[in-house]
Design a protein around this ligand. Structure first.
Ligand SMILES: [Zn+2]
Length: 471
């Protein structure tokens, strides 16, 4: 990140900004003492140069290509499509890991999974990585999170660190919805209530919705199957899904869940706009990963590979001064870029290790092809992603056993690997091999780690996770 770049941005206007600037000396607060991490590990941060509020929205299991703003032909996202007109749309955003807790850990820390240490779904964020909420709280922000996915519960994930409010309430099991999931309406209402308060200082709110995650159960009016494509006969379906043999019905239900989430987000952000708060607020909309419908061998799920259906995520950034509005950014970006982007936008320097970098520079040069971002899956796969290429390494014993190269412009479905020769490919291979070197730890027993994480689950948690398809 280059904090100097932030100075070139126009200073947004607004009463809250003016008030907070006047009160700035009061914001030089101490470091919160106990949020679950090691005391004293947090850097002392100053005050933000531009104390904007920050709304981070992540939607679980939301593949980019099922949104209108990314070219989908079904009307799944009328609110986002309209909102994105005043924002920058990053066309090549990727998750570093197609699995919830590792991906969210990257979003909250700016680190790849091998650095923050959360490699699998049941793992808890360790005490060392510093989170965005911790940094912003130390800088005087009011912090709150509203999460819908059971695995983001504070006792599972440890993501509550740095949040003064961590709303992870889940409805008890209901007869018509036998899984622990909070629907978009409930999560957004809780967030809306908090957002409507008179905060008197800048705030950071993280809202994570769960709706597009399986089981797909949108309100009836939000889905309409079109056509018929058979499912593999041996596919494991939950009780509520039994009897559905049409892939198109599942996709229509998935799309309906997106439509439902989009409506609720529209109401929540609309309330911010009506109250004038949006003019002092940075909004970032993204997802933890996508979903696959059999394109590369995974059906109605995610987590097993690094192909685009699960890896390509939306990334829409609305700056309060509208810089970058309407831009379609080519450069590859990743969830590891979220923290550095927010810090640059508010003009706050924190001396914390981060793998990502701020994406704000791309607002000024959206056609620049940018650099490279990486994906990983335990110690089985690594991938390097540029604006139009992907190189996937299959690992054996920590070594690269195979390389598959894809031209994403000519072959967006990643159907046919091509020879990784010619201009640019050798650089990409070198970067990927370097990432393999840095990210594979031969001494780490990942199986034991995953086993240990599973063993700490109680029986209630096991039942809930089974219902969500995680176990
Ligand atoms: Zn997820």
């Amino acid at each position: 990140m280059n904090p100097g770049e932030a100075g070139e941005m126009r200073r947004p206007r607004g009463n809250l900004v003016a008030l907070v600037a006047a009160l700035a000396p009061l914001l030089l607060v101490g470091i919160p003492e106990d949020d679950g991490g090691h005391p004293g590990r947090l850097p002392r941060v100053g005050r933000p140069q531009r104390p904007l509020s920050v709304l981070l929205i992540s939607v679980d299991t939301l593949r980019a290509d099922h949104l209108g703003v990314y070219g989908y032909d079904r009307p799944t996202s009328p609110w986002l499509d309209s909102f994105a007109k005043g924002a920058a749309v990053f066309e090549n955003a990727t998750t570093p890991r197609t699995c919830t807790t590792p991906a969210v850990s990257s979003m909250l820390t700016g680190l790849y999974p091998h650095r923050h240490g959360v490699r699998e779904i049941y793992q808890r964020l360790g005490p060392d990585p510093v989170t965005l909420a911790e940094i912003l709280r130390a800088a005087g922000y009011e912090t709150a999170a509203f999460v819908s996915n059971y695995v983001l519960r504070r006792d599972f994930s440890g993501f509550d660190r740095g949040f003064e409010v961590y709303d992870d309430r889940f409805p008890s099991r209901e007869p018509d919805r036998p899984v622990h999931e909070r629907v978009a309406k409930d999560t957004c209402e809780a967030a809306r209530e908090w957002l409507a308060r008179d905060h008197g200082r800048p705030w950071f709110a993280w809202v994570h919705l769960m709706d597009p995650h399986r089981p797909y159960r949108p309100p009836e009016r939000f889905f309409e199957p079109r056509g018929f494509r058979p499912l593999p006969p041996d596919l494991h379906l939950s009780r509520s899904e039994k009897g559905i043999d049409n892939l198109e019905e599942f996709i229509a239900r998935y799309d309906g869940e997106i439509r439902f989430a989009d409506r609720e987000l529209g109401r929540m952000v609309g309330a911010l706009k009506s109250s004038g708060v949006l003019s002092d607020t940075l909004v970032l909309f993204t997802a933890d990963h996508g979903e696959e419908f059999g394109e590369h061998g995974q059906w109605l799920g995610h987590g097993t590979n690094v192909f685009e259906p699960c890896a390509h995520i939306p990334f829409v950034l609305r700056m309060p001064d509208r810089s970058g509005a309407g831009a379609r950014v080519r450069a590859p970006v990743s969830l590891v870029d979220v923290v550095p982007t927010v810090l640059e936008a508010i003009g706050l320097h924190a001396n914390v290790e981060m793998a990502g970098s701020s994406v704000l520079r791309w607002l000024r040069s959206p056609d620049d092809p940018g650099g490279v971002r990486f994906l990983e899956r335990l110690d089985a796969l690594r991938a390097a992603r540029t604006a139009d290429r992907k190189l996937i390494a299959t690992l054996e014993g920590g070594e690269v056993a195979r390389l598959d190269a894809f031209d994403l412009r000519g072959d967006p479905a990643e159907a046919k690997p091509i020879p990784a020769t010619g201009l640019g490919w050798s650089d990409l291979e070198r970067w990927l091999r370097d990432f393999v070197q840095r990210s594979v730890d031969p001494g780490l027993d990942l199986d034991a780690l995953v086993r240990a994480s599973r063993e700490r689950l109680g029986s209630e948690a096991r039942r809930a996770l089974q219902a969500l398809g995680y176990l």
